[in-house]
Design a protein around this ligand. Structure first.
Ligand code: SF4
Ligand code: SF4
Length: 68
């Protein structure tokens, strides 16, 4: 398993403005907006921890964290 896999995808729904950029850039279709237009992880099994969502989110509402 790669070192990437030890990272954890974290979301801060309270910082999310529902722009959908991260959803568009995620190559694995992991993310979705919920009924309140806040980001939600719908499919963590497919996440490759590529970091594109973190890179593209203008509001720091989604990021990868080192797993302890
Ligand atoms: S890290 Fe990559 S695969 Fe995982 S949710 Fe973000 S953009 Fe999608
Ligand atoms: S890019 Fe950021 S602000 Fe936009 S929907 Fe995704 S988490 Fe929310």
């Amino acid at each position: 398993m790669s070192a990437q896999k030890s990272k954890q995808l974290v979301i801060k729904p309270e910082w999310c403005k529902g722009c959908g950029i991260c959803i568009s850039f995620c190559p694995k279709n992991v993310l979705a907006l919920n009924e309140k237009d806040k980001i939600e992880i719908k499919n963590i099994e497919d996440c490759t921890k590529c970091g594109l969502c973190e890179l593209r989110c203008p509001d720091y509402a989604i990021y990868l964290k080192e797993d302890k």
